[in-house]
Design a protein around this ligand. Structure first.
Ligand SMILES: Cc1cc2nc3c(=O)[nH]c(=O)nc-3n(C[C@H](O)[C@H](O)[C@H](O)COP(=O)(O)OP(=O)(O)OC[C@H]3O[C@@H](n4cnc5c(N)ncnc54)[C@H](O)[C@@H]3O)c2cc1C
Length: 808
């Protein structure tokens, strides 16, 4: 075994081997993989080997597509067979809602270059003869589905990596990880110590334990998972004979079952509702290539449905039942990337579908290590999407929920209940008492909308406009005509201080630094000139700044900020819930503010984008004149102990001005009326500032800043895409995001977000199209739940296009 390497990958499952291969493919050959037992000795060896491209996040779906297409390459390179059976597969819908969901998945697939088809139940029966079609209303066919040999595939990755120069050491457990002063690592193993520049945790079932070696508690939990193999089934032989092919794979959403041919019989697996975690606290090191005790009773309800939907399965014997554990993150997507504050430590774990996702995870992580950027939009699997709140117990609740809902629909207006309420602000109970219907983001409860007194604050989940529609409309009307108040604590807030703060911020952010007492909107760019942040930056004093940004990106942004912090002179702190807020917005908001303070808040004394420290009644606050509603409005920031008193004060003094609560849904409606984009929707690391309509907030004339060169290039060549807003001829359903945009009969782009503009009475959507089409005025359509709707580009905001209300 060599004693030094540029990268040590811990774990020889399918994920570790893929990372190793991709590192060598990127040209880093001084790399090694260390495996505790034999390759595949974690979850990998007993996997059912199924693969598919479907994923709720289109960016993850794209990486799944890459994974499936990679198998030929590693087979050819290594000479090791992956045992690939690219059969194609059907996803079967038993309800109209599910069919709508499939139509939307199919529509998303269009702009990802996928070749799925929507087919009838009868057609599905022709392609998958073992179903009883009367249980289904239709299906989606995907040619990129099938199954493979997990052992062969892992070895194909490993051998390909070895051919490229990597070393693989088996039967050698990593015992300790010790970081040196310079950020490199001593990887202490049973066979000695390896000095590595970078370490990758691909420990699969033991990823938590490997994380603990460096003081990390990763939000991962293993779940027991069962599939069974039947005896030979005559109908399978008949189908093989009739078609000359293997029976294709099938996914039955109502039965929560996946199935495929295995020799002369079938394999059938399920994600049961009675989900059972395995080794909740720690994974024993002596767990080897073991299986767990099967428990047919636990999966009996799903099997019963399965035997009805696939009648021939019920007439045959069960040959074998496999029960094995594999790991999940709370949302079921992988955890990939660098860890905040831990130099040169990377994770590639929580990969629940190693044979659909392993290739994409390996590619993204190796890009990140070698080039400093994953090269794709990996937000959906970035480990930084979780913060400290994702403790073991929180993870346990969410993983169980996610596992048991694996094949269920999540409606766009559906909030999942497990592990809630968890993080709350001081006004949580008050908001509930006032009728708030809560959502959750980053573990934090926040109001979505408010049910009027006497009405049950429940909503009907739907892809279409739902029970909240008129209430959200009333909240919008209140803000547009008088004044509304909203909880804003969910934003991330960063306090930056120190003698070097201004110069550092000017290097980190693309816009100029505002004068003291002023704010600017500023994008943050990466070295490629792509958007990695969209902030409000306030200068509170010569050496004191405040940044307000997206709440769920707090860890993501802190990782970036801290990695670029100078040794001294600048201090940055994520304030979390140590600073909480309320926003007041609407034409009466100034009159309300004036009642709370003795300071002059007239437009000339307190103009748009000004920020001041001021007492509101007895409460010390920071007040900024800015609002995402696009109206006149203010954001008020206070310490948590004052938030309750502040809300009382605002409601009391706002009564005669017509005040009422508004929630996030109303805010979304109002920001769409103003063409305001938002982080993780319109602004993501695959778009440039110019493309995203933020070009005016990039100051190329100031000092050098990260991404400047590329931003200048983008300005010169115009980039490739343009964000535009559409008015959509929708009837009862609005865009939600990820719908394809058509132009002259071709898919040309995708929607990033949409909804109903209640004040302007229009269905609105924002999305990206090639810049050559950005000036076209007609020919656009957007596919909303499988139906193409005419869409009209809007050049000016539908509400207050000149910004007179906001600035007045
Ligand atoms: C019953 C079942 C059916 C499944 N079916 C499918 C399917 O059809 N399709 C699909 O895509 N996925 C399926 N999966 C999931 C799939 O198995 C996982 O996604 C995949 O195996 C994860 O791979 P991994 O490399 O992350 O983890 P693992 O396979 O667990 O690999 C981690 C490796 O790290 C090693 N290791 C850990 N700690 C150390 C250490 N300290 N030192 C050295 N080595 C260490 C372990 O020995 C292990 O070999 C199934 C899983 C189960 C249990």
């Amino acid at each position: 075994m060599k004693t030094s390497a540029k990268v040590v990958v811990i774990g020889g499952g399918v994920v570790g081997c893929s990372v190793l291969y991709h590192l060598t493919k990127a040209g880093w050959t001084d790399v090694m993989l260390i495996e505790r037992a034999e390759l595949t000795a974690g979850s990998t060896w007993h996997a059912a080997g199924g693969f598919h491209t479907l994923n709720g996040d289109p960016n993850v779906a794209k990486l799944q597509q890459y994974t499936v297409e990679l198998y030929k390459e590693i087979e050819e390179k290594s000479g090791v067979a992956c045992g690939l059976h690219l059969t194609g597969g059907v996803m079967l819908a038993g309800t109209e809602d599910r069919m709508d969901w499939l139509k939307m998945a199919h529509a998303k697939g269009r702009y990802l270059g996928m070749h799925t088809e929507i087919i009838s139940a009868e057609e599905a029966k022709k392609r998958m003869p073992l179903i009883d079609e009367k249980h289904f209303v239709g299906a989606m066919y995907d040619p990129l589905e099938g199954h493979l040999d997990p052992y062969g595939t892992t070895h194909a990755y490993a051998k390909s990596a070895k051919i490229n120069g990597a070393e693989i050491v088996v039967r050698n457990r990593v015992l300790e990880l010790n970081q040196r002063e310079d950020g490199t690592w001593d990887v202490v193993t049973e066979q000695g110590t390896v000095h590595a520049e970078h370490v990758v945790n691909a420990g699969g079932l033991w990823a938590r334990e490997v994380g603990r070696m460096v003081g990390l508690e990763l939000p991962i939990l293993a779940m027991e998972h069962m599939y069974l193999l039947t005896e030979d089934i005559p109908e399978v032989a008949e189908a093989n004979k009739a078609t000359g092919k293997e029976v294709i794979t099938a996914l039955d959403f109502e039965g929560e079952i996946y199935t495929r041919q295995e020799r002369g019989g079938m394999l059938m697996g399920t994600y049961e509702k009675a989900a059972k975690p395995w080794s909740e606290q720690e994974t024993p090191w002596d767990f080897g290539q073991n299986l767990l005790e099967p428990d047919l009773d636990r999966i009996a309800p799903e099997l019963e449905v399965g035997f009805e939907h696939f009648p021939s399965y019920g007439n045959t014997g069960i040959k074998k039942i496999i029960n094995g554990p594999f790991t999940f993150a709370p949302d079921g997507n992988p955890l990939v990337g660098p860890i905040r504050g831990l130099k040169n430590f990377w994770v590639a774990c929580g990969v629940m579908a190693g044979f659909s996702q392993g290739g994409g995870v390996g590619l993204a992580l190796s890009n990140w290590i070698v080039k400093g950027d994953p090269g794709f939009d990996v937000w959906g699997m970035d480990v930084a999407r979780y913060g400290d709140y994702a403790t073991l117990a929180y993870t346990n609740a969410k993983v169980r929920e996610n596992y048991s809902r694996r094949f269920r629909i999540r409606f766009p207006n559906e909030e999942l209940p497990a592990g809630r309420p968890f993080r709350t602000t001081p006004i949580y109970d008050r908001l509930l008492a006032d009728g708030a219907v809560m959502g959750e983001s980053y573990g934090l409860e926040y109001p979505l909308w408010f049910a009027p007194k006497g009405m049950d604050a429940k909503e009907v989940f739907s892809f279409r406009r739902s029970t909240d529609f008129s209430h959200v409309g009333n909240e919008v009307a209140r803000v547009r005509t008088s004044v509304g108040v909203m909880e804003t604590s969910g934003y991330a807030k960063y306090r930056i201080t120190g003698e070097g703060a201004e110069a550092w911020l000017s290097y980190m952010l693309a816009n100029k630094i505002p004068a003291t007492g002023r704010m600017v909107l500023t994008p943050m760019l990466n070295d490629n000139g792509k958007l990695i942040g969209d902030f409000t930056l306030a200068k509170l004093g010569a050496e004191e700044f405040l940044i307000i940004g997206s709440g769920p990106a707090e860890q993501y942004h802190m990782r970036w900020f801290e990695a670029h912090l100078p040794k001294s002179g600048v201090h940055i702190e994520a304030l979390g819930l140590n600073m909480v807020g309320l926003s007041i917005a609407g034409p009466n908001s100034r009159a309300l503010l004036a009642k709370l303070t003795s300071k002059d808040v007239s437009s000339s004394a307190f103009p748009f984008m000004a920020i001041r420290k001021m007492d509101l009644g007895p409460i010390p606050a920071i007040v900024g004149r800015v609002t995402f509603t696009g109206d006149l409005g203010y954001e008020i920031w206070v310490k948590p102990e004052y938030q309750r008193a502040l809300l009382n004060l605002v409601l009391q003094h706002g009564e005669d001005l017509g005040i009422g609560h508004f929630g996030l849904r109303a805010l979304n409606s109002m920001r769409l009326e103003k063409n305001f984009g938002t982080w993780a929707r319109e602004y993501r690391p695959i778009y440039g500032a110019l493309e995203g309509g933020l070009g005016r907030f990039v100051d190329l004339k100031k000092n050098d800043f990260i991404g400047r060169t590329k931003a200048a290039e983008e300005k010169e060549n115009g980039g490739a895409l343009r964000l535009i807003t559409f008015k959509v001829d929708a009837t009862d359903a609005d865009c939600m995001g990820d719908e394809p945009i058509w132009h002259d009969g071709k898919v040309v782009g995708w929607i990033t977000s949409g909804g109903y503009g209640h004040w302007v009475k229009a269905s609105i959507a924002m999305g990206y199209v090639p810049k050559e089409l950005a000036d076209k005025t007609d020919g656009f359509e957007i596919e909303v739940i499988g139906e193409r709707r005419k869409a009209h580009p809007i050049r000016e905001a539908l509400f207050d296009p000149k910004g007179e209300k906001m600035r007045g």
